[in-house]
Design a protein around this ligand. Structure first.
Ligand code: GDP
Length: 445
């Protein structure tokens, strides 16, 4: 689905990775080509621009590990940036379909594949999550569409709400809820009417349905082949009815892939699923990692760089351990530890792994040590000068005031941080004294 883009980028990076050293001009020239490739794939201009800018910044600032070439490093940076553009920050979302019966509203233009997708998703929920699903078509203008859903429902073994001629969309939505409640369904899906274009009447109807159904999820189905149009449609629907996610259909076709790349960045809404064909099981959960891999087609290099980075991290950790054994633990060390904690998912997990730290981990938890608290502490450390970080004993009242103000915090918070650093330094010293083969070494393994 991303063949052209993939070919173009492949060419750029093949050349880049063969070079030993990279000048700024090399990177700049490669990035110009990346930008053109993205635009040709119908990625929106602002997205392509910010993508290239972000990669360039990271590429120029990146420390290149010994075992890889700068070009390989750039590939990895592009790979990570692709994932970010495709999925946004944080974890991919799950459908919120607890609290039965959970209503899912399906919206989109006519011909986007909405009815097909509704059935595919129902099948998926039934087969994979063992949910009891009820389907209802609200497309009162097109009896054929209502029939189509009934037929698909039969085909996949999912119940559909019986059609009562003369009802309007809101009445059907209410009846679907009743039926879903009485019938003990886990999920009911409302397949709303589509039009060829976005118009007032359509939006009014979808809004009215939304207001009575109060959906847990409102999924917009858009045709992935339509590129930037798909993104525009998503923005419009989101503005008018509020969507919680997007399904991109026809990703099995020879679309240029731009819709997938622009969607999250422009609309802020996640792509939840992609349609990959007309069959009822041709629906996949959208996986940014896999898509980025497909676009770049350079999995080997990405794996290589990841490996090299791991080695680098181990080297750094070993260096730090040596310092700790000597009882050296300043604010730089504390910052690295805090950053590491953020990466590894909290204080608990790390301290729990270190002997003698179990108690501190409990204290930390009790003190409300969450990501936010850790980030605040890092901000405080960042507000110190280099000298102060290396030697926290320098911190007298006036310096403390300056640092706290610089981070927008109270001196009391800084004091807490200092106390923590001292405690950790003491603990390190004690552990270090236990000898070379001592506890710290063991903890490292
Ligand atoms: P609706 O008007 O939005 O409800 O669209 P339909 O669900 O009726 O789909 C229109 C056509 O697109 C049908 O022929 C579907 O089989 C086809 N279709 C839907 N999703 C996909 C997809 O992911 N890939 C392909 N190739 N065709 C699809």
């Amino acid at each position: 689905m991303f063949e052209n883009l993939s070919d173009r980028l492949g060419g750029v990076f093949d050349r880049l990775t063969k070079q030993g050293a990279l000048s700024e001009e090399d990177v700049a020239a490669a990035m110009r080509e990346v930008r053109v490739a993205l635009l040709e794939a119908d990625v929106s201009l602002p997205v392509a621009r910010s993508f290239v800018k972000s990669v360039t910044q990271k590429a120029t600032g990146a420390a290149v590990t010994k075992s890889i070439t700068p070009g390989q490093q750039v590939v990895k940076i592009v790979h990570d940036e692709l994932i970010k553009v495709l999925q946004g920050e944080g974890e991919p979302d799950q459908l919120r379909i607890d609290n039965p019966p959970a209503p899912i509203l399906m919206v989109g233009l006519q011909g986007s594949g909405k009815t097909t997708t509704t059935a595919k998703l129902a099948k998926r929920l039934k087969d994979r999550e063992k949910k009891r699903v009820l389907l209802a078509s609200l497309d009162t203008n097109r009896p054929a569409a209502m029939e189509q859903l009934a037929i698909l429902g039969q085909q996949i073994g999912v119940d559909t709400l019986p059609i009562i001629p003369g009802e309007n969309a809101v009445q059907i939505a209410k009846r679907a809820r009743q039926q879903a409640t009485l019938g003990g369904y886990d999920v009911y899906m409302l397949d709303t009417a589509g039009r060829l274009h976005i118009d007032e009447v359509l939006m009014d109807e979808v809004q009215a349905v939304r207001d009575v159904a109060n959906p847990r999820e409102t999924l917009l189905v858009v045709d992935g082949l339509t590129g930037q149009d798909a993104v525009n449609v998503a923005s419009e629907f989101d503005g008018k009815v509020g969507i919680t996610g997007v399904v991109l259909t026809r990703m099995d076709g020879d679309g240029r892939g731009g819709a997938a790349l622009s969607m999250r960045a422009v609309t802020g809404k996640p792509i939840r699923f992609v349609g990959l064909g007309e069959k009822m099981d041709a629906l996949e959960v959208f996986d940014a990692q896999r898509v980025a891999g497909r676009i770049l087609g350079m999995g080997d290099i990405v794996a290589l760089v990841e490996k090299a980075q791991e080695v680098l991290e181990v080297e750094q950790a070993e260096r730090m351990m040596k310092r700790f054994q000597k009882g050296m633990f300043n604010m730089n060390d504390l910052r690295s530890q805090l950053e590491q904690m953020l990466k590894m998912g909290g204080m608990q997990s790390i301290m729990g792994m270190m002997p003698g730290m179990g108690k501190m981990a409990k204290q930390a938890e009790a003190a409300g040590f969450d990501d936010r608290a850790i980030k605040r502490q890092i901000a405080l450390i960042n507000s110190m000068t280099r000298k102060e970080r290396a030697n926290p004993d320098l911190l007298q009242a006036s310096r403390k005031k300056r640092i706290a103000a610089g981070a927008g915090m109270e001196v009391s918070e800084l004091n807490k941080l200092l106390k923590m650093q001292k405690q950790m330094a003491d603990t390190m010293k004690k552990l270090g004294k236990m000898g070379k083969g001592g506890l710290l070494k063991q903890a490292m393994r």
